[in-house]
Design a binder for this molecule. Structure first.
Ligand SMILES: Nc1ncnc2c1ncn2[C@@H]1O[C@H](COP(=O)(O)OP(=O)(O)OP(=O)(O)O)[C@@H](O)[C@H]1O
Ligand SMILES: [Mg+2]
Length: 249
């Protein structure tokens, strides 16, 4: 009887939390859409009201409109991604590949953003000898892109981003991305991988983010049957790490 009551209590608690989660989700979603839609509305109305004929502002207002349209597109793509990940629809195409090569590729593709902040990206000393993982390379590219973009965004001018990789038990590879940026207060860490979760510091640095990046990373790593974690110290830096299967023959 007691066990039954306990089980019921847990179930009710779970339902209550799901309900809370759903409400928060909708609230976040409408908030994320409102900002760009209101901005677009503002620019378009101003242009129609006469600014279109004013060469001092018309191009700039259209560019701002385009930027907000981009933001909406980005948001919709992320939402599509998240919902297919959450429906468990993700099909993984796993191959063997050298992890350092993928990391260098992503460093390269983000080099303009990193250079703009004078941030130096490198593979950690001692981690250069090639390690082969068995994973979905394109999905992993997305994980590295999200993590390294974060490290650039929340990094410091002239800072460093390093990636390290280690063989753990012969079957797994541990990969970490470390930055020396603003760091994250301890109280945020338990919720960081939730969709839409952002810190106030994060919001003030990048107004256009949506807080979906890390939750997409978590989904992808968990679809591989692996785990992802974060450790961070405010004003010192952040390390995000995850595991992957080592080469399979
Ligand atoms: N390397 C980091 N250093 C400091 N804070 C970080 C770092 N990575 C993530 N965060 C914090 O975690 C929050 C969630 O990150 P996430 O990548 O999910 O969203 P985002 O970067 O805000 O937006 P998006 O990735 O959708 O553009 C960020 O808003 C930021 O506050
Ligand atoms: Mg991000």
């Amino acid at each position: 009887m007691e066990a039954w009551a306990e089980e019921n209590k847990q179930e009710i608690e779970l339902l209550r939390r799901n309900e809370q989660f759903r409400r928060e989700f909708l609230q976040n979603l409408s908030h994320e859409f409102k900002t760009p839609v209101f901005a677009i509305q503002g620019y378009v109305d101003t242009l129609l009201a006469g600014a279109l004929a004013n060469p001092d502002v018309n191009k700039r207002f259209l560019e701002k409109t385009a930027k907000n349209v981009d933001r909406l597109t980005h948001l919709l793509n992320d939402l599509d991604e998240i919902s297919s990940l959450e429906r468990g629809e993700l099909t993984l195409y796993k191959t063997n590949f050298v992890i350092q090569e993928l990391v260098k590729d992503v460093f390269e593709s983000l080099s303009i953003k990193a250079d703009a902040n004078h941030i130096h990206c490198s593979i950690k000393k001692g981690c250069e000898s090639p390690l082969t993982v068995f994973a979905d390379k394109e999905k992993l590219r997305q994980v590295f892109t999200n993590l390294i973009e974060n490290s650039i965004k929340y990094g410091k001018q002239g800072g460093h981003i390093t990636s390290s990789m280690y063989k753990t038990d012969g079957k797994h590879i541990l990969i970490e991305i470390t930055d020396d940026g603003i760091g994250i207060n301890e109280r945020h860490l338990p919720r960081l991988f939730e969709r839409f979760y952002r810190t106030d510091e994060g919001r003030s640095i990048d107004v256009s983010g949506s807080g979906l990046g890390l939750s997409i990373c978590k989904h992808i790593i968990e679809a591989h049957g692996q785990t992802i974690h974060v450790r961070s110290t405010e004003a010192v830096g952040t390390t995000v790490g995850f595991t992957l299967d080592a080469r399979k023959d």
